[in-house]
Design a protein around this ligand. Sequence first.
Ligand SMILES: [Zn+2]
Length: 428
Amino acid sequence: MSETQCLGCGQQLGTPFLDLGCSPLANSYVPPERAGQPEQCFPLRVAYCEHCHLVQLLDRVPPEELFTEYLYFSSYSDTVLRHAAQMARQLIQRFGLGPSHRVVEVASNDGYLLQYFQRAGIPVLGVEPAKNIAAYALQRGIPTLNAFFGPPLVPQLLAEFGAADLLIGNNVLAHVPEINGFLSAVRDCLKPDGWAVFEFPYVVDLVEHCEFDTIYHEHVFYYSLSAVERLARRAGLTLADVSHQSLHGGSLRIFLSRAPGVQPTEAVSYMLEREQRLGVTSAGYYQRFAAAVERVRSQLRSLLMELKAKGHRLAAYGAPAKGNTLLNVCQIDNRTIEFTVDRNPFKQGKLLPGSRIPVLAPEALLESMPDFVLILPWNIAQEIIEQQKEYLRRGGQFILPIPTPRIIRGPGQSTAAVRTGVGESEDA
Ligand SMILES: [Zn+2]
């Protein structure tokens, strides 16, 4: 399915500024019994709307294909959990929330965030489209509706739970093609003085740090504040505040108010002006990004091929969706990388889509001691390196793919061990 109209403003989209070829869906991990079957591939092209500044995929996959069975459990990452605990604390304080208030989270995953509101005695409701994850959240005692959030769900939500004082959506705005309907449903679920708080990866971080692997079919939109401000206004919400978060390679947290007459903070006008200065609201910004992507792609591929040609054994750490974009765009597969490891037991035993690299348990790193390990979830690289100190101590080395491919080795190792000519090496 290919669209040419902007999903935000309905105007005609120009030619894509980035074409990442065809790849399977980044979250369609292959069970071993299907290893012999081919995978369905979808084109991955990104366009910029000159009218409303919304960066979006040109080719879209129906959400039902993407989210009904999902293997990403937020609680498997310590970094995500720490961030959630802090976010809950801050929001409870900012809005003075207590037992008489109601908090809704859209795409609530396994209840990783709502659990902290619940512990503070605040009534919560999660909305989660993935059946397996919603069931898991319910098991953990987090009230959860297994549904897609949007206008059709509003009457049921209001009847069963009531209007929300606070509606939160972390990493969901990028996933919803019907973004105008989604935001008007958000407004309709709020009390007249209610607030919606969203976090999503920031397109400026994506571009500045060349995080092209975060582009995959589930992520329909790559937001600037300029684009999101227009969308909010169209839905009758005021973009009242914004802050920058380091999670997921750089995200924005925005505060939308339903009440009329709310004055945006200085942070909002500062960030909008900064985007103007950087050129975020012009097509050239994205064309320069496309050239940088091509550079990283070819550097990473050369580095891995060169190490392999020298007889080194390569593995990877993690099986995140973005790792699949990275591997497939760089055309790296199981002939180059022997295996990857992941803490998520639902991913262990499966093959990565496209590259067909087997996913093992983290213990496999020390058992097999590959010479180099490519870190796929680079956003939690510090957490991984800390957990895998023993691998480094025994002489293993990590490769970080972006923003420039580089090698990380243990403090005691000789820097002469590897001469690749790509990136600079550093001590962990
Ligand atoms: Zn547009």
